[in-house]
Write a protein that binds this ligand. Sequence first.
Ligand code: FUL
Length: 691
Amino acid sequence: MKKFTFIIALLALLSSSCTQTPPPKPHGPLPEARQLAWHEMEYYAFVHFSMNTFTDIEWGYGDKDPKLFNPPELDCKQWVKVFKDAGMKGVILTAKHHDGFCLWPSKYTDYSVKASPWRNGKGDLLRELSDACKEAGLKFGVYLSPWDRNHKDYGKPEYITYFRNQLRELLTNYGDIFEVWFDGANGGDGYYGGAREVRKIDRKTYYDWPNTYKLVYELQPNAILFSDAGPGCRWCGNEEGWVRPTNWSLLKRDDFYPGVSCDREFLRAGQEDGTHWVPAEVDVSIRPGWFYHKSEDHKVKTLPHLLDIYYHSVGRNGNLLLNFPVDQRGLIHEKDVEQVMKLANVLKQDFANNLAKGKKFTATNTRGNSSKYSIDNVNDNNKETYWATDDNVTSASITIDLGTETEVNRFLSQEYIALGQRVQKFTLEAMVNNSWKEIASETTIGYKRILRFPTVKTSQLRFNITHSKACPLISNIEIYNAPMVLNAPVIRRNQANEVSLSGADDNVTIYYTIDGTTPSAQSKLYSQPFTLSGKATVKAICIDTKTGKKGEVTSEEFDISRANWKIKGREQETKTFDGNPNTSWRKTGKKFPLDVVIDLGQTTTLKGFTYLPEQNRWSSGIVFKYQFFTSTNGRNWKQVSKGEFSNIKNSPIWQKKLFSPTKARYVKFKALSTTDDRTAIGIAEFDILTK
Ligand code: FUL
């Protein structure tokens, strides 16, 4: 062919491929523009701060004196600086939690900062935080609890007017609101203007949600509405910080509503055949509780735990909403700042150097052989371009040639979700010793999927999409070699007072102390369980002696020995005291109350008790309302504590109750109700406090 004709032919081919390749059609439910913007936020802060901060509880009853609310050093600029330094894009504040106390001077109630001594009753926390956010360029969102244990009209239609009036205040007075959070906890006992009674509502109909949502959209058209049912984004079905590896941004939305009692798997994994785009948001606290408790200062999540949370949320097509329980001073506690900054720094390192940059990508199919849908689009740092296959192709492979043998341990991929979530199954292979070795076999991708795997040295990676609902559309692929972060050891003590330390990575050593000092490579080397009875503090650390690299210190405090404790009538059953949270003991009955009597073997001065409910997936007998009694002889009982384990259903963590010191040998733990109404008491661990 003559040079001239060749050029003409080439131009014709190029122009025909551009003009003739039709774009992929949308598939299934699609995200709205505001949802697309929300996906890109990925990681932002939650703040739980209110009356509960001062009363040291998780759920207020609605009857506490507003005068208790008085943070002496409150500084929203400090909060916002922490969020910004940590790489977060926004913050959502508990404007009103279940106790009804308002952090802004609402016109519609006196139960607010107006009646508190803070800033002489002239304060407005919503104003201060929204201003600080504006200044720092962070987005601002609000949590407004539908359940209000203070309001006299709760349960009646009048309350809905009140609720909407409050929404209107929040959504008109504080600038742009990126998300409105509607909690699912709804109805139960409360102060209710002095009535002190139980009020039940119909969760589906009481709030007239469709009209409430309408109001939000009228006032803040870009806001994302969070609830168990969306419609903007959905709860992830747990408060531990994860979604399932299979995570569809789709939900049969009309089957859900805030507070729905449903199989939580739907929330954790989404629904492949969902009818609407309702992506998951993972809400989790940096400490065990949502609100600040001094007793949790040493329980701020470790770096490896926070990293797991990140990779199990953002890495699995979910946004991460990380909670900070602001303390009684009105500041984010130093420990929380330290931990979130460790997380931020490691994430920065993990994603510092994209090894795919500038490398050669090839694909087994490209839509219409068109440059518009070229495989290079996954590596061009432009989220608007994507690689696509022909319509009839729903499985295809992408090979990435790294040029030289390279160590890799992260693989990040993103679908072009504006046209729907499609990929159902994929694998990742690495070329090792001249043959392909499978390193991952997974399911969904969605907005973003990040795989973590043991470091592999390879010159080529192959990403195989094996099943897709329609032709796959991939907008981005990145590859990293993240530095290793050592695990934090797990410390356990069994009933025989043997302490075991576990969880170290391969070739890593555990060192520990029992005198309260920080462990180092000069401390005792752990080789096997050791005996330590009575009150004790154990601290342990993993150290890679070859590199000198250190992990995080774990610390556990043990109270008196449980060696001689027995459950009355079921003396042989010891799972409640075995130090293992994954085993549990259960008692069932015909009706409440149900109780368990424990013989401590000797008389001691008790100051409180702690209870860990069953931890397994099918847990039952999670006690909600309880009474607690002590006795010196097992016959005459004295009630020393009574109440509820607030939020235990969603967050089945250690529950701690203190009471006035009392001498006793026997304790009786009485369940008056459980979260699932099954007549059972399920206990993973039980302990008493004498300190
Ligand atoms: C739960 C609430 O009951 C907790 O107190 C907390 O606010 C959490 C984020 O949601 O359902």
